[in-house]
Design a protein around this ligand. Sequence first.
Ligand code: ZN
Length: 281
Amino acid sequence: MSDPVVRSERRGPVAVVTMNRPDYRNAQNSAMTYALDDAFTEAVNDPEVKVIVLAGAGKHFSAGHDIGTPGRDVDVSFDRRAVMWWDHTDRAGGDQRFARESEVYLGMCRRWREIPKPMIASVQGACIAGGLMLAWVCDLIVASDDAFFADPVVRMGIPGVEYFAHPWVLGPRAAKEVLFTGERFTVQQAKEWGMINRIVPRPELEQHTLELAEKIAAMPQFGLALAKKAVNQAEDLMGMRSGMDSVFGLHHLAHAHNAETSEDSLGGQSARSMRDANKGA
Ligand code: ZN
């Protein structure tokens, strides 16, 4: 039997949910998306779990959405319990893209951001494009000193990944630099911009994340849930939710433009061409 794409384990009051496609730098396919959703649901429903940690197995947190591994599954239908849109697999064109991305990208990320228990992302190595979305939905981010980040999708003609938190988590000026250049930014840069909470040496990442989680777990559960909701509501009052809705329309304009004028909705770019372009940058 092959390894599960997501592993879950309990460490006292902490549920550790680990993306487990290390051979593909934890590229996120739909199988992983729905497995994450199941793991988070289980952690929320378990009254003993106070804090959830999201981690990635291997050298990298996440290379982003799966646009080129053998496990790519964009045409596969999954059991869609969240029902955020209709199934995309029998649709065409914009209907198909909007249905799929409304559910598995924007919808799932928002759903996870609103999980009523504190979530900590534990990030090492690459955290690219869709990987940023996974880190950003968590309440806190602990990153190791080898972590690096990028959202290079403007190279595809697309104005950032689907969960458009950039201006709120980076600040407008840094958001523009990250998007306009597509270049990697370092963990120190991310800390300076306020995107992450702590930088720790790589060998201490897991231990440090768990210690922080256990400290939080000592607080009353309902108080934590209300504090989380309070800050999330404040972010939404700063325009995050409505901003994301409007940018999601621009995102899909870009996909549609690409589909009309190039070979596909990604502007003819592949995982390989994106990697090569970024190496040249
Ligand atoms: Zn998209």
